[in-house]
Ligand binder design. Structure first.
Ligand SMILES: Cc1cc2nc3c(=O)[nH]c(=O)nc-3n(C[C@H](O)[C@H](O)[C@H](O)COP(=O)(O)O)c2cc1C
Length: 363
């Protein structure tokens, strides 16, 4: 199976399956001298983990990052950084009764057709457990970015009709609002409405999708390249590699379709030496290159496929069958609630990589 690597200079390669002994990531290309706080890696993993609130999957995986290499006396050495996370809660027995069925919305049909085999215990490599590795690597990238005063945040923008319309304009206030919400929703009123919506979906045995917005502050002018490595193309590739992500927007995104050029153009202005734009419909990127304005984008997540309702399917022999999630199965009624930590990780990895690539732009 190819394609387990992401990045050009700051690269990550993830390994492992959800029901194997452990999962992990090898980060190659991280410069020497980055002060690495292992506790911060674990805090990031905690933000992705299930069971943080009554509205995410109840399982209690204990995600503990173990740094195996590449760090000496609290600093990166420039050699590959290997991080391992043991799987402490892999209950495979629940998957036995459904192993002969095609699971609606899951990868077992495509995996079986492509590889001729499928690890039915939790989805194997298709499992979102792999995203814990990205979050661990993203935490390393964030610590590199902090040295350059570049910061990333992601939060729930919308679930069903409940949309966060007003955000704190100050980045640190926004970060505080996101981090103090159990659901990463930076608006108490929207959070209450979302909780009511989640309770309704749970009672109906159904699931919900969600929109996650991200912001990158402090990125200098010049990250990204004009053609195939456009910064938004690299961000899109990172975000669309997250399981269950179904859409990506940068700046005004799909709403630009309904705007006139006079509305969508960002007008330049200057404060002292600093060139800014009065609006940011471009989302901080022009011609594939960062403008120095905040980079803002959104990722759409589909509703969780595992639902309590019975659905028609086929078995492995192609016969019609009914698919019912086994009693006591663990799932996320709204997986988007766990996605902000992963979206932040993919943003941090992309920007860290682009930052290193930009060092070769001119002499
Ligand atoms: C953090 C996270 C948690 C997820 N948890 C579940 C889950 O509990 N049940 C489920 O059906 N899908 C879950 N998914 C989504 C599946 O992994 C994904 O839909 C499936 O592998 C098919 O891939 P695709 O949706 O990208 O086509 C989760 C995704 C993420 C990002």
């Amino acid at each position: 199976m190819a394609s387990n690597r992401f990045g050009e200079l700051f690269t990550i390669t993830t390994w492992g399956e959800s029901h194997g002994k452990a999962i992990g990531v090898v980060i190659d290309g991280c410069p020497a001298g980055v002060a690495l706080d292992e506790a911060m890696i674990n805090e990031e993993l905690e933000r992705r983990a299930p069971g943080r609130s009554p509205h995410t999957s109840p399982r209690k995986e204990r995600d503990q990052a173990e740094i195996l290499s590449g760090v000496f006396e609290g600093r990166t050495t420039g050699t590959p950084i290997s991080i391992m996370i043991r799987n402490s809660d892999p209950d495979s027995s629940k998957y036995e009764p459904i192993k002969h069925l095609l699971r609606p919305g899951h990868g077992n049909y495509t995996y079986l057709e492509k590889y001729g085999m499928f690890d039915y215990r939790g989805g194997g490599r298709a499992s979102a457990r792999e995203t814990a590795c990205r979050v661990a690597a993203g935490a390393v990238a964030k610590q590199l970015l902090k040295m350059e005063e570049i910061f990333v945040v992601a939060y729930i923008k919308q679930i069903e009709e409940n949309r966060v319309e007003h955000l704190p304009s100050d980045f640190h206030k926004l970060l505080h609002a996101v981090r103090s919400s159990k659901l990463s929703i930076p608006c108490a009123q929207t959070e209450d409405a979302v909780i009511a919506t989640l309770e309704r979906a749970r009672a109906e045995g159904d699931s919900l999708g969600g929109l996650v917005e991200f912001q990158i502050h402090g990125a200098p002018v010049g990250l990204g390249d004009p053609i195939y490595q456009k910064l938004e193309a690299r961000l899109a590739a990172g975000m669309m590699s997250i399981p269950a992500s179904k859409g990506f927007e940068i700046g005004s995104g799909f709403s630009a379709v309904q705007m006139a050029g006079s509305e969508n153009n960002d007008i330049y202005s200057r404060t002292g030496e600093e060139v800014r734009t009065e609006s940011n419909h471009a989302g901080g990127i022009l011609a594939g290159i960062s403008t120095g304005m905040p980079i803002v984008g959104r990722v759409a997540f589909k509703p969780t496929s595992s639902i309590k309702k019975t659905q028609s399917t086929l078995d492995l022999k192609g016969e019609e069958a009914q698919f019912t999630l086994p009693e006591g199965s663990r799932h996320d009624p709204c997986l988007a609630l766990r996605a902000p930590a992963i979206v932040e990780a993919m943003a941090a990895l992309t920007v860290a990589d682009s930052l290193l690539m930009n060092r070769s732009a001119r002499i």
